[in-house]
Design a protein around this ligand. Structure first.
Ligand code: CAA
Length: 284
């Protein structure tokens, strides 16, 4: 199974990054979102990243142009589904929204199309169950910022076929990524390990053990993390962090995953991190 035509649904930070690395891997890419301004913003993000690479001498102007030429944008789901080999969903982390999107994709995509989700913690098996092709549904969890981070967690749902797994793993390699095979349990591996650490860092602030800056300094200087956990939480989005903690808490029914009350408070206040201008730090 050779994947040449890829569509990405959701042109946000993750979706536009995925569209970029797919086009860099030589695929014909369609980037889909609900509004023209969303796809334009996604495309502008890709252009900015590629221009930076040209300025740094890592990419020729000609290669930049051919990567951009391989990307088409649309707001029509049916158009994005035409003749597509792989559809990668990168919409909001909400089970109802995702399952509705997968129902539609299953209806509009050709029989051979693989349906992948970039979900960071929602069950692939449950998403697959709303389609008539659960063996062709898989998780492809990219890390933020997508063009930089090497990892892709490739998540097998209960029914995912070996053929589909291998095709997706091969494409991830062509994108310059290192795929890691993971089974379908809440948070997979990345967020099952990362989020409790972030949540614990928030508890340390909540309980007055240290300031956010002090917590981050400990982890940066003591553990060589490129970003402290609270800077990283602001970067990921505190609403996303809370949603993932809730998924772990509900999925395992274990109190060790209880979200910190301070995290809930910040999200209720609209302090969502970088994207809202305020989280553990101020970005205004
Ligand atoms: N998009 C594209 N490229 C970017 C970028 C972005 N948003 N941010 C930085 N870069 C590029 C820079 O252009 C630079 O490229 P070159 O090496 O070609 O020069 C490179 O990344 C390094 O950037 P900087 O020198 O500006 O800054 P840095 O060295 O501090 O690195 C970082 C920035 C890569 C983001 C680094 O801080 C880092 O690795 N942070 C941790 C990120 C992380 O943990 N991500 C995972 C989050 S969890 C997740 O995504 C999963 C989930 O489900 C929640």
């Amino acid at each position: 199974m050779n994947i040449r035509k890829v569509s990405v649904i959701g042109a946000g930070q993750m979706g536009s990054g995925i569209a970029q690395v797919a086009a860099q891997a030589g695929c014909e890419v369609t980037l889909l979102d609900t509004k023209v301004e969303f796809v334009e913003k996604g495309l502008a993000n890709i252009q900015k990243n590629l221009t930076r690479s040209v300025e740094k001498g890592k990419l020729s102007e000609q290669d930049k142009q051919s990567i951009l030429d391989r990307i088409t944008t649309t707001t029509e789901m049916k158009q994005a589904c035409e003749e597509v080999d792989l559809m990668i969903e990168a919409v909001i982390e909400n089970m109802e929204v995702k399952t509705e999107v997968f129902r539609q994709l299953d209806q509009y995509c050709p029989a051979h199309t693989i349906l992948a989700s970039n979900t960071s913690s929602l069950p692939i098996t449950e998403i697959a169950a709303v389609t008539k092709r659960p063996e062709q549904v898989i998780g492809m969890h990219f890390m933020n910022p997508v063009p930089v981070m090497k990892l892709v967690e490739v998540i097998r749902g209960l029914a995912t076929s070996d053929k589909v797994y291998q095709a997706v793993e091969q494409l991830a390699r062509e994108m310059g990524k290192n795929p890691v095979e993971v089974n379908d349990y809440p948070g997979f591996v990345a967020n099952r390990v990362l989020m409790p650490m972030i949540n614990e860092a928030i508890y340390a602030v909540y309980e007055g053990v240290a300031t956010p800056q002090a917590v981050d300094d400990v982890m940066k200087m003591g553990m060589n993390h490129p970003m402290g956990p609270l800077t990283l939480a602001d970067f990921i989005g505190l609403d996303t962090c809370l949603y993932i903690m809730e998924t772990l808490y509900e999925g395992f029914g274990d109190s060790k995953y209880r979200p910190c009350p301070l995290l809930r408070k910040y999200v209720k206040a609209g302090w969502l991190g970088r994207k809202s201008g305020r989280g553990f730090y101020s970005y205004e």
